[in-house]
Ligand binder design. Structure first.
Ligand SMILES: Cc1cc2nc3c(=O)[nH]c(=O)nc-3n(C[C@H](O)[C@H](O)[C@H](O)COP(=O)(O)O)c2cc1C
Length: 240
């Protein structure tokens, strides 16, 4: 994993919460800029295969993936970043022939953790103690709550929970990309078991959930200029 070189990372080796948010001290993303970025982004159908995402920009995107929040903080996922052209090419036939997979600069495969066992919860608590210097004993109630939560679910429900978390990461990934001017195409049109086989995930405890091709849009992509289609505010939003 490359190290992120954005300023707030210097204050701590882990994931610091800056006292004053970075955007307020270094630059401000205005409401207009945010909406402009979200309008600008679209599910890119054709990438410019010659254009690669620079390493520092990519490091920031990776950092944003790592900062994704999750239920209990358990992070039941793995993110596989593919730049190897041969591997990207081999995914094409398992991606409904969607060329974004081979044209993109970076292909991210977001994988969900199959199970959440006692030792997984312990590993997370260990990490909490490590980072925050907390006393393990003080986390007993929290541990009991997690054990109770997962104890009440079968394997299918646990995997479904994990996949829900993975989709939060996908959302964060796409929004971060948009703000940084990187194009992306989320891809559910893939064959997860075949991805698992190609990426050597079988037996690892992780399973392919969704893909995201990332890079720069091709000037030929006619989808870039299409109007965004969303339901109206009244149809979606309720204010009480
Ligand atoms: C979870 C998810 C899976 C998607 N899978 C595909 C896909 O396999 N291929 C594709 O071209 N677009 C895919 N899309 C893109 C959607 O069709 C697109 O986001 C939607 O039509 C809204 O358009 P916009 O993203 O351009 O604003 C997917 C989007 C999401 C959120």
């Amino acid at each position: 994993m490359s190290k992120c070189n954005i300023p707030f990372s210097r204050s701590s080796p882990i994931y610091p919460t800056p006292r004053i948010p970075y955007h307020l001290t270094y630059m401000t993303l205005s409401p207009e800029q945010l909406i402009e970025s979200l309008q600008w982004r679209y599910a890119t159908k054709a990438f410019d295969a010659e254009k690669k995402i620079p390493a520092d920009t990519w490091a920031t995107i990776e950092e944003s993936m790592l900062l994704t929040p999750s239920s209990f903080g358990l992070q039941p996922w793995k993110f596989i970043v593919i730049t190897d052209q041969t591997i990207k090419d081999s995914l094409l036939a398992q991606s409904w022939g969607q060329a974004q997979v081979t044209q993109c600069s970076h292909m991210v495969v977001l994988c969900a953790k199959d199970t959440m066992e006692k030792n997984d919860i312990e590993a997370w608590l260990h990490r909490l103690v490590e980072v925050r210097g907390a006393d393990r004993e003080s986390l007993n109630d929290y541990a009991a709550m997690m054990h109770g939560f997962f104890g009440s679910m079968d394997e299918t429900q646990t995997l479904s929970w994990a996949k829900n978390q993975v989709y939060i990461a996908l959302g964060q990934l796409m929004t971060s990309a948009a703000v940084l001017g990187i194009d992306a195409c989320p891809l559910e049109g893939i064959v997860p078991p075949e991805y698992d086989r190609i990426l050597g995930l079988e037996g690892t405890g992780y399973t392919t959930t969704v893909g995201c091709a990332m890079g720069y849009r091709s000037s030929e992509d006619k989808y870039a200029s299409l109007a965004k289609v969303r339901y109206t505010r009244d149809q979606i939003l309720e204010s009480l």
